[in-house]
Design a binder for this molecule. Sequence first.
Ligand code: ZN
Length: 694
Amino acid sequence: MKITDTPTAPANPLLAPWTGPYGGVPPFDRIEVADLQPALEAGMTQQLAEIGRVANDPAAPTFENTIAAMERTGRMLDRVNAVYGIYSSTLSDAAVQAVEREMAPKLAAFSDRITQNPKLFERIEKVYETRATAGLTPEQQRLTWVYYTNFVRAGARLDAAGKKRTAEINQELAKLFTTFGQNVLQAENEGAIYLDQESELAGLPQGVRDGMAQDAAGRNQNGKWAIVNTRSSIEPCLTYADNRALRERAWRMFVSRGDDGGATDNKGTITQILQLRAERAQLLGFATHAHWRLENTMANTPELAMELMEAVWTPAVARVREEVADMQQVADAEGAGIRIEPWDYRYYAEKVRKAKYDLDETEVRPYLQLENLREGMFYTAQELFGFHFKPVDATRVPVYHPDVRVWQVTDSKGGLVGLWYFDPYARKGKHSGAWMSEYRKQERLDGDVKTIVSNNSNFVKGKPGEPVLISWEDATTLFHEFGHALHGLSSNVNYPSLAGTAVPQDYVEFPSQLLEHWLTTPEILNRYALHYQTGKPVPRELVAKIEAADKFNQGFKTVEYLASALVDMKLHLAGARKIEPDRFERETLAALGMPPEIVMRHRTPQFNHVFSSDGYSAGYYSYLWSDAITADAWEAFIEAGGPWDQDVARRLRDNVFAVGNTIDPAIAYRQFRGRDPGITALMRKRGLPVPPRK
Ligand SMILES: [Zn+2]
């Protein structure tokens, strides 16, 4: 007989503090999906116990034993959540989705148990009331204000019945958000158009065709070409495919995500979400969900956000009419015999761009190699922030997918700043679009903790061994997301809740949108936009054309975006009445005078920003709000002598990138710029008429 030791159950690797270099890194090499749910449960249990000790502390409440003590709770859950977020957004299979359905309402209930703890709130309120006279630093006062405001906004002041109903609503919403997001993901994963004749690909550049062949092979359709139902696959088709019927088919598939009347239709879910949000806002003492959402933003009220959107809407629609007229002329000259429809816009816009600016996207692409542009981003970070990036040996830091790579970031004195993970390619189970996330926040509460951030995108990988060439728009997005990463990396605060990108929603896109501008500088283009075959930098004439064409198609871009932002805001200003989303969308757009040649960038049934979490609900306007600030800040560089001005860069670092949420953003911006931002720089940036001074 063989005698073995009694096997002990292997410990869940998600529960332990992260070990290894750089103050510890996520143990991706040891994680199983089955570990996620028990780890989340254990993390919640532990944090509730920790919070119980804070709430029941017999000592009189102070900043240290209440607010700072709260900052020390939930460390285990933070680590688990970082990994859970990565699985949900980049490795989402049936098993992960089952965990999400199970855990979303539990996590919502957990969060309410904290904000509805009366003893805890009483202590927070006491610290809040004496914050100005208790000898606290400005950062500590700000943190106290953040805690107090968040608790009140979550219903800490409600009576027992109100608290109970709020908690029920939050759990119900969490389930509906999960359903909504999973329905969109399913439509994107499953929808595809397969082509078996190369002749059907007429007009599409070779790089796009290669990507389509890969996509088809990945779906067991070898020898065919696939148009997948994601933005990164649909947009090249709409831009280049000569076959108009194919463009229309692809367009219809894409805009119908979540709106097909079948099992994954999102319309009923939307109606429920809107009703619950309206009810919650009223419980919390706000006129509408939009009023509740904007209370702690820079805009502060829906009226101010609407004012900015409406100021831009009318001139943008007027610009669309000019763009359509230009396109119709091209179509007529070709003898196409058509009227411009939504599936024609990108295609003919591309032709007008060629004719007007002699600029051909396919001419630019060979100069836009993903890896070179990444080096260009590093150069930008070095010149503006003094950051140095060095690849980390894959054996030292585990990753969750072989495509993911890691860099260490150091400052000009060689001190460690943090880690940057890069997950560039599209794959099944990864959400579409591009984003940044923070696996660990910078802080100095109990020692110097370095941040870990990541950038994620959905570039089509193309043929093995060949450089990945990307579009100008994708290159801009790459710099955008890197701006978020630099915001996280630059963080220089004491308390984790105030670190990095934890700023109001309508301010958080400012650092990222600002960074997009450096892509267009000669320093980056001449050094990093190198032809993938000849190694030659992008020719001066081509750069001049790119610059000239920069304001091209801004009518389309602005209206496509603003239509979504306006519908979002109006849905959440509508109050408690029952809303049929398709009808509401149709009527709202008609009342706005939506040009028939354009569809919303995100139609209501697929509007993940707004309906897969509270995230950007009544908040999609934030991109425009932030862009007004961005345009104004960029002019600070131009006025000072250029994009690389060291003095402006230092002020930007000190007042914007480094401060996180330790200071009111309006004040921080004023310290950077010497005044408040206005709207005129935004109109100049988009080539729209600048309004007269009021
Ligand atoms: Zn962004």
